[in-house]
Design a protein around this ligand. Structure first.
Ligand code: ADP
Length: 305
């Protein structure tokens, strides 16, 4: 039943400003927030909250005070931190975010320790007894491929969230994945054209099945999702109706939910509904890991309460 998430963990430093600073200008912030971020960490929080079995989070922090603060934040959210590796001489990953009065943002990511994995990736023991393993692309490609192979060798189903999409090397990653979960933008990066409706998303999903994965799920935000399998099945999952206020953690909650559902042995359609409910609920709250719903909230939305 266990799940392993391999990925990034960042300290998100969010500065609110009236106007984006122009080059050469010093301005005062109107607000400041420190938070836990990184797609790996968000998905580990989601899987931990939504799964019935144990979840391991395999990630790298720097040998600095931020690293210890990230470890404490993860443990405070119930995430198992036994597999956090400290990279000597590296800074912890960080995201420097400016948000202006019109809610436009600019984000600069400092990869730091997240990008310091050697090409061998994490130890194979991280995947022992693992039923589902979840990956994203905020870690070096070679280390991620090595980790995906170790997960598969341990008998795990390998899910890749191909985000952020890379300009090169995507085929080698797709070849190792059993399931991929691109959103519209990532689907465009992989397939060459952006799907704007279900039918186009189905075409993209079918074509990407030819590049390795058994199952391709194209997430369409408020329009739901389309999926296709190598064995010829395909379909749509309509979105749950919710009052969305902030879409930040939707994809990460979806992926954590999908891993949780598949680890329990749910059939694909049921797992997609479970993951969609998690994604929908995440849009009803502000923030990243703070917005990930609980298992009880997801179960209640599915059963129509
Ligand atoms: P990403 O964050 O990777 O771009 P999406 O925004 O496509 O991911 O969201 C993932 C899933 O969450 C969607 O496929 C959908 O099921 C659900 N979801 C996202 N936004 C909404 C919304 N506004 N209403 C209902 N469900 C949503």
């Amino acid at each position: 039943m266990s799940i392993t998430v391999f990925g990034s963990v960042n300290l998100d430093l969010t500065v609110s400003v009236e106007q984006m600073p122009e080059p050469g200008v010093t301005s005062h912030a109107t607000g400041f927030l420190k938070g836990l971020g990184g797609k790996g960490a968000n998905q580990a929080v989601a899987a931990t909250r939504l799964a019935k079995g144990p979840v391991r989070f395999v990630a790298a922090i720097g040998a600095d005070a931020f690293g210890e603060s990230l470890r404490a934040s993860l443990s405070g959210l119930g995430v198992d931190t036994d597999n956090l590796v400290t990279m000597p001489d590296k800074d912890s990953g960080m995201a420097l975010i400016h948000v202006d009065a019109t809610s436009q943002n600019t984000i600069t990511v400092v990869g730091g320790a997240n990008m310091a994995w050697s090409p061998e990736g994490p130890d194979a023991s991280c995947f022992e007894g693992c039923k589902v393993a979840l990956f994203q692309l905020e870690t070096p490609q070679q280390a991620t491929i090595a980790a995906m192979r170790k997960a598969k060798a341990a008998g795990a189903k390998v899910i890749l969230d191909p985000a952020p999409i890379a300009a090169t090397g995507m085929d080698a990653l797709l070849a190792e994945a059993d399931i991929i979960t691109p959103n519209e933008t990532e689907a465009a990066g992989l397939a060459g054209s952006k799907p704007t409706n279900f039918d186009e998303a189905l075409d993209v999903a079918r074509s990407l099945c030819g590049r390795g994965p058994e199952i391709v799920i194209v997430k369409l935000g408020a329009k739901g999702l389309a999926y296709a399998t190598k064995s010829g099945k395909s379909g749509k999952v309509e979105p749950f109706k919710v009052r969305a206020i902030d879409t930040v953690a939707a994809g990460d909650s979806f992926n954590g939910g999908l891993a949780a559902a598949l680890a329990e042995g749910m059939e694909l359609e049921a797992a997609l509904r479970f993951a969609s409910a998690a994604g929908a609920l995440a849009t009803t709250k502000k923030g990243a890991s703070e917005a990930v719903p609980s298992r009880a909230e997801v179960d209640a939305l599915i059963s129509g309460q």
